[in-house]
Design a protein around this ligand. Structure first.
Ligand SMILES: [Mg+2]
Length: 356
């Protein structure tokens, strides 16, 4: 039995005792023996392909959606490939905050192991200095994240910087999640709760609402299953053993549970909305992914929902890349994606870290 000593709930005693993380760079979780606990066998080539696909799919979906962000579905010519323009005036193939924050998170996992304060510091470096940006500047940070990073900058506590209220349930922590399953999916068989707990904790510095935390737990398990070669049908089934065990250990928020139980199969647009609300965003990405014939079809269905198109694309892109792998992502989207070196500088050591 895993769980009582890990995860968000396991952090409460330390906080209640007045422990402060300020000025420390120790792992912020209660998870002991991190080095041993997370070591898994080096992945085979197919698993590597799916790991690479998870982050590249995120960036590709982000870049495809960036040109139509904030537009209502049906009001723009359907997206079929990269376009320039959009609210941030990007070049075709450039990506936004979704990918920048994922690179920050991945870079932290590579360089610091599990260190929530370091993750938050790298988000601040993106916000303040343009680190991890494709343009060298932070051009698209949302109010929820600014507020959280301002609180973190003031008191250095990543456990308390994210707004825990339900109204602050944006999709900003599922959009960047890929590095967590890429690094830890090998634990799926032995210790899936640890994947879920880390995903949940990764949300805390910026998105601490119950919906956001549950969404990260569920999304990380689905992505991990796909990376480990579990079929799409199985990971999306309410009878998937991993899902059933995690639900028994710590039930999901009811709104996220409804998605996990298949709400996305019973709806279509306009009920399916690519909004910034984490529940709708996850549901929309699963709607697009679950019925697509391939990665191209999945990601295009997601971004053509408009509204928060880059993030719906990024969430769906993670699913599509984890399922069909880098090799299953359209070649022209891989080749024309901007900042490939920047992504590979994080992605390659992140995958290598699975075996350490
Ligand atoms: Mg974005």
């Amino acid at each position: 039995m895993v769980g009582d000593s890990v995860g968000v709930q396991g952090l409460a005693p330390a906080l209640a005792g007045g422990a402060s993380l300020q000025g420390t760079i120790q792992p912020t979780t209660g998870i002991p023996s991190l080095e041993i606990a997370t070591r898994t066998a080096m992945p085979d080539n197919q698993t590597i392909d799916r790991c690479r696909g998870t982050l590249l799919g995120l960036a590709i979906g982000d870049a495809l959606g960036a040109a139509v962000e904030f537009q209502r579905p049906g009001t723009f010519p359907p997206v079929l490939g990269y376009r320039d323009g959009g609210p941030h005036g990007l070049a075709a193939g450039e990506w936004t905050d979704d990918t920048s924050m994922a690179l920050a998170l991945g870079d932290s996992l590579v360089n610091r192991g599990w260190d929530l304060a370091d993750q938050a510091r790298r988000y601040v470096a993106w916000w303040r200095e343009g680190a991890y940006s494709i343009t060298g500047n932070c051009f698209d940070i949302g109010l929820t994240v600014v507020g959280a990073l301002e609180r973190f900058s003031a008191d250095g506590d990543p456990l308390l910087s994210g707004d825990p209220s339900e109204r602050a349930s944006g999709n900003g922590s599922i959009m960047r999640l890929a590095p967590v399953p890429i690094r830890y999916s090998g634990l799926l068989g032995a210790d899936p709760a640890q994947i879920a707990c880390r995903a949940e904790e990764s949300s805390l510095p910026t998105h601490a609402s119950p919906q956001c935390l549950s969404a990260c737990r569920y999304f990380a398990l689905v992505l991990s299953g796909l990376i480990e070669g579990v079929s799409r049908e199985e990971v999306l089934s309410q009878e998937w053993e991993v899902f059933e065990r995690e639900q028994a250990r710590e039930p999901l928020h009811p709104a996220i549970l409804a998605v996990a139980l298949g709400s996305f199969r019973e709806k279509g647009p306009p009920e399916i909305r690519g909004s910034g609300y984490v529940v709708e965003s996850l549901e929309a990405a699963l709607w697009a992914f679950s019925q697509a014939a391939d990665a191209r079809e999945a990601i295009l269905a997601a971004v053509n929902l408009g509204h928060d198109a880059d993030t719906t694309g990024a969430v769906c892109g993670q699913l599509a890349g984890a399922c069909w792998g880098e090799s299953g992502l359209p070649a022209e989207w891989r080749d024309q994606l901007c900042g490939r070196d920047q992504i590979d500088r994080v992605l390659e050591p992140l995958i290598a870290a699975r075996g350490t």
